[in-house]
Every structure is written in C-alpha cells, then in structure tokens.
Design a protein around this ligand. Structure first.
Ligand SMILES: O=C(O)CCC(=O)C(=O)O
Ligand SMILES: [Fe+2]
Length: 341
C-alpha cells in the first residue's frame, strides 16, 4: 500500500459538492463557510466539479504561453491596452510601491470598448477587448470557458455567503446583474532573484471573491492573527479568499485578508491562475442588514489611507488597476494621476 503523507493543512477545506447535494449537507456547507470566512477569510475548495483533466489542460496552456519567445508575448503587451488586458513582464507590476517578481497575462470578459462619447467616467475604460497571442490559437476559447465556469462557481459561493450572513440567497444578485465583472490572471513566478523575494507584495483583492489555482510549488501566504501562514498546495483545490467588496457589504464582519506570494526559493518556478469576481462595474456594493448577533461583531470596513475602499464597484476596480500597472496608468491616464496627485 502506498504510504500516506498527512500534511496538516493551514486552512479549512470545503467541498462544493456538499452545497450541490442540498438538504442537511447544504446547511452544513453554509455553516462551515461562515466559520472559515470569519476566522480566516481563506479556505480550500474541493469537489467543485471542474475535471482534473481540464485543470491540467489550462495549466499546460499557461506554461506554453509563458514559454513563448519574449517578442511574441510583447505582441499582446498590456501597456498597449487602455483596458488593462494582456501580458505584463517581470517587474512591471507594483505592490506597495515595490516591483513584483512575476510575469502575467490578464484577461476579462470579451467586450467591445465603449464609444468615446459614452465614456462618462474613468472606469468605463476597463471595458474593452482582450489581447490573444496568435501563436496559441486555442487559448481564447479555452480560457474564456474557464472564466465562465469559475464565474458560475463564484456565484454559487456568493449565494452561500449570503446565507452565512443570514440574508436571502439572492442578496448579491442585484449588484451582479446579468454578468459580474470577471478577471483572470495567468501567473509565472520565476526562481527568486537575490535582491527581491516579493512574488507579489501583501495586498487585499478588490472584488467580492478570488479563486486561485496553484501548482505544487508553495509560496502563497495569508495573514492570520499577525502571522503569515503558508497555503501549502492541495492538488486540484482552489484557494478561495474574500475581497474588499465583501468586506464592504458585510460592514467588516467579513474581512478581506492580506496575502502575498514569496518567490520560489529553490530552482523551481511557480505557476498559478487567479480568478477575481467583482460585481457589475456600474453597481454599488449593497449594505447588508446583518442580524444583531452578527452586527455586534462587525467592525466596519478597514480604513487605510493608502488603500481607500470604494462602494462604487468600477471605481474600486479601477483604483486597483492604476496602482498595480503604473506603465499603463502613465501611458493612458497621466492626466488623471496628475490631478489625483
Ligand atoms: O499567485 C497566487 O497564488 C496569488 C496571486 C494573488 O494574490 C493575486 O494576484 O492577487
Ligand atoms: Fe491576491
């Protein structure tokens, strides 16, 4: 018999199949979710229904993309997209003012940019087409399907979150409308350079929820009671975390947890794929009326002068993008930065 290795996982493991099962299993899922969300703001999600073969296919595609010659990746460079979509080279992204040691490919829903006359506010620029590399013709359909599937899982999770907060399961629906704003990021962390181990600096995610798929290389860490916990990889699981919009909606009863990635310390590189779900850009985050026993524990959303949280979804997403991608901000939004500064 194969020897079993029992690794103690640092975070709760939730099975989405339990939610699908309904009845008492669903009630238990909601209870576990409520506890995990309040205690850690992070958990592993397994039994989510996405086949292992598809996960493998998407991970392989990501590796193929990053292995393309630099010139081909530059053909889809994000710095050419006012919509913050495409490839960012290592070091071009900033978190907490320091450069992140990762290269990435960002895409969102496939959309047409708005007519300039219809652009009445800055975040309208987030809407637009993706950029796809001609060298990998299957990438577009494979990744848009992936994004749609993760969006469906996130919608189910949001219903469960609503129940955990003792709301109607549809409490978030109005802010989502027909389609939430979704964003996926393929990421490659190279082996740690000698002078900077910041894969991505400590941050909160700006949306409602994030689902991360990691390979077998650790590096993701979450802040918990003043310590950094290593989110050791659990094969096939998504790591789910709460974003700023859920913190705002619950008046800080749930908090968006700080997390970071420390660059691989050995000869390995690390690949991950992060999926971020916000609400509709035009929406305002709802104020949920929490029952007294939860309200008592709500501390109000955190107020960090370096990271104001905005209830207007588009504004919250746009501020995050401007800060993370100064090259795009400088090229397309320098007037805005001048006025803000
Ligand atoms: O790569 C990871 O594991 C997490 C990435 C992350 O936190 C982010 O891109 O917001
Ligand atoms: Fe993150």
């Amino acid at each position: 018999m194969m020897q079993q290795h029992h690794v103690t996982l640092p975070l709760p493991v939730l099975k989405l199949a339990q939610w699908h099962q309904g009845g008492a299993a669903r009630v238990q899922f909601v209870e576990e979710l409520g506890r995990a969300a309040r205690e850690y703001g992070f958990f592993y999600l397994t039994d989510h229904g996405i086949p292992a073969a598809q996960i493998e296919q998407v991970m392989t595609l990501s590796q193929q993309f990053f292995q393309l010659p630099a010139a081909q990746k530059q053909q889809v460079a994000m710095v050419n997209s006012p919509h913050f979509r495409g490839y960012s080279t290592i070091g071009s992204e900033l978190t907490n003012g320091r450069s992140d040691q990762r290269e990435q490919f960002d895409y969102m829903q496939e959309e047409k940019a708005l007519d300039p006359a219809a652009m009445t506010t800055h975040w309208h620029h987030l809407i637009g087409p993706n950029q796809w590399p001609s060298a990998l013709p299957s990438m577009r359909d494979t990744l848009l399907t992936w994004q749609q599937q993760l969006s469906s899982i996130s919608m189910e999770l949001l219903e469960a979150f609503a129940l955990a907060l003792e709301q109607a399961p549809t409490a978030f629906h109005r802010s989502i409308g027909e389609q939430p704003y979704t964003h996926t990021k393929l990421i490659r962390y190279p082996q740690r350079p000698s002078n900077n181990n910041q894969g991505v600096g400590a941050h909160k995610d700006p949306g409602y929820l994030t689902l991360v798929l990691q390979d077998e290389q650790s590096g993701l860490e979450v802040q918990h009671q003043g310590e950094w916990l290593s989110v050791v990889p659990l094969p096939g699981a998504f790591v789910v975390n709460i974003g700023e919009l859920l913190e705002l909606a619950s008046d800080g009863y749930l908090q968006a947890t700080y997390h970071r990635v420390v660059s691989p310390n050995n000869a390995q590189e690390r690949y991950s794929i992060a999926f971020f779900m916000a609400a509709q850009l035009a929406a305002e985050v709802p104020y949920l009326a929490l029952p007294a026993h939860l309200k008592r524990l709500a501390q109000g959303p955190s107020s960090d002068p370096n990271n104001p949280l905005f209830r207007q979804v588009g504004q919250n997403v746009f501020k995050g993008r401007l800060r993370s991608h100064p090259d795009v901000a400088q090229r397309f939004y320098s007037e805005l930065l001048k006025n803000a500064g």
